[in-house]
Design a protein around this ligand. Structure first.
Ligand SMILES: *Cc1c(COP(=O)(O)O)cnc(C)c1O
Length: 352
């Protein structure tokens, strides 16, 4: 029989709500408050996001990351434009065509690059490939920070992308489902990774960071926010009891809670990386720079661990596995997993 485990490494959205967000939700759950974002919690959460980014950005709360990405990309494009993103981008692989749908057909064009990142030269090559009217016109670069491969763009890399985007007449979109993990890892001001580097819109993830539900769309380029409220409403993304989407942000952003939880998740992945690196018979796939470790292991070992009740995804080829840590992962979780993995290697040795 499979062992019931309270926590595992499938995804950071398997984790529950952190106590700080939960407490503010409880406070927000009193009395009557105006609907549709006019309540004090939503106003406060927007102000706190402006403080975190040290600029007068426009903020909208939506239910999830797919709508944040697809609606903001739609706001940046006409239907005859194209969005350039990494081959592994969530926008391309995990949103069921929502960016194309909400933009009425804007094409998503894929760029390859090591460690989940796209390079300005690859962007420029894609833009220069065709410039005639028969081909969709590139309009947006979309980057993911931290990336789908658990790496982080440095400030320099983002500035280079932002600079090239400007030069080529493109705008820059950032999928920040794990933005907190990148900030915690890099130890730089949020503004340095966003508007100062040329990011026009950030989709700021709350769910994976420790909230219940709801991501924020942050417009540094306020012009792009024109009529975005209508776009959200039409897509069914205007919450009537908005305070339940916004109040958790107050809990997350006060006293740096969001970065505390992100740094913890990163530290758990660092521990996983440290313990797995010397193990023979498995291979670490990408540099560990956020809250995940990617490991290639024999299929027999993957089966062995799954049979023990450990949950994690194998989606990089046949043997590439993602081990994702969250705000509530404990060092004991990591040690216990590594112990089982080592025993599994012994008992499955010789099998592929
Ligand atoms: C989880 C995730 C999202 C958001 O996904 P939803 O399920 O729509 O909330 C967006 N981008 C990346 C890279 C993600 O990992």
């Amino acid at each position: 029989m499979k062992k019931e485990r309270p926590r595992h490494f499938a995804s950071d959205n398997y984790a529950g709500v952190c106590p700080e967000a939960w407490q503010v939700l409880e406070e927000a759950n009193r009395d009557h408050q105006p609907a549709y974002g006019e309540d004090p919690w939503s106003v406060k959460a927007c102000d706190m996001i402006r403080e975190v980014f040290e600029t007068d950005c426009e903020v909208f709360f939506v239910f999830n990351g797919t709508s944040a990405n697809s609606l903001s990309l739609a706001a940046m494009c006409q239907s005859y434009h194209s969005i350039l993103c990494h081959d592994f981008a969530h926008v391309e692989r995990d949103e069921c065509g929502a960016p194309e749908f909400f933009s009425n057909g804007t094409k998503v064009q894929l760029i390859e690059g090591p460690n989940g990142k796209i390079h300005p030269d690859a962007v420029e090559a894609m833009v220069r490939r065709r410039t005639d009217v028969h081909y969709p016109k590139p309009k947006v670069i979309s980057v993911t920070q931290a990336t789908e491969m658990g790496t982080c763009y440095t400030v320099d890399e983002l500035e280079a992308l932002g600079c090239r985007a400007k030069h080529l007449g493109l705008t820059l979109h950032m999928d920040g489902a794990r933005f907190a993990n990148a900030v915690a890892q890099l130890g730089v001001a949020p503004k340095a990774l966003t508007w100062q580097a040329g990011v026009d819109i950030l989709c700021l993830g709350g769910t994976k960071n420790g909230s219940a539900v709801g991501d924020a769309v942050v417009f540094f380029n306020r012009r792009l926010a024109h009529e975005f409220d209508y776009r959200c409403k039409q897509a069914g993304q205007l919450a009537s009891k908005m305070r339940y989407l916004s109040a958790p942000w107050v809990g997350m952003l006060q006293n740096g809670v969001w970065l505390k939880h992100a740094a913890h998740a990163n530290a758990m992945a660092a521990l996983m990386h440290e313990l797995l690196s010397p193990v023979e018979g498995i291979e670490i796939l990408f540099p560990r720079q956020a809250n995940s470790v990617f490991v290639e292991m024999p299929k027999s070992l993957i089966r062995y661990l799954h049979d023990l009740g450990w949950k994690f995804y194998a989606f990089i080829g046949e043997k590439g596995c993602r081990l994702m840590c969250s705000w509530d992962t404990t060092p004991e979780d990591v040690r216990s997993f590594v112990k089982d993995l080592k025993e599994g290697l012994q008992s499955t040795s010789g099998q592929s």
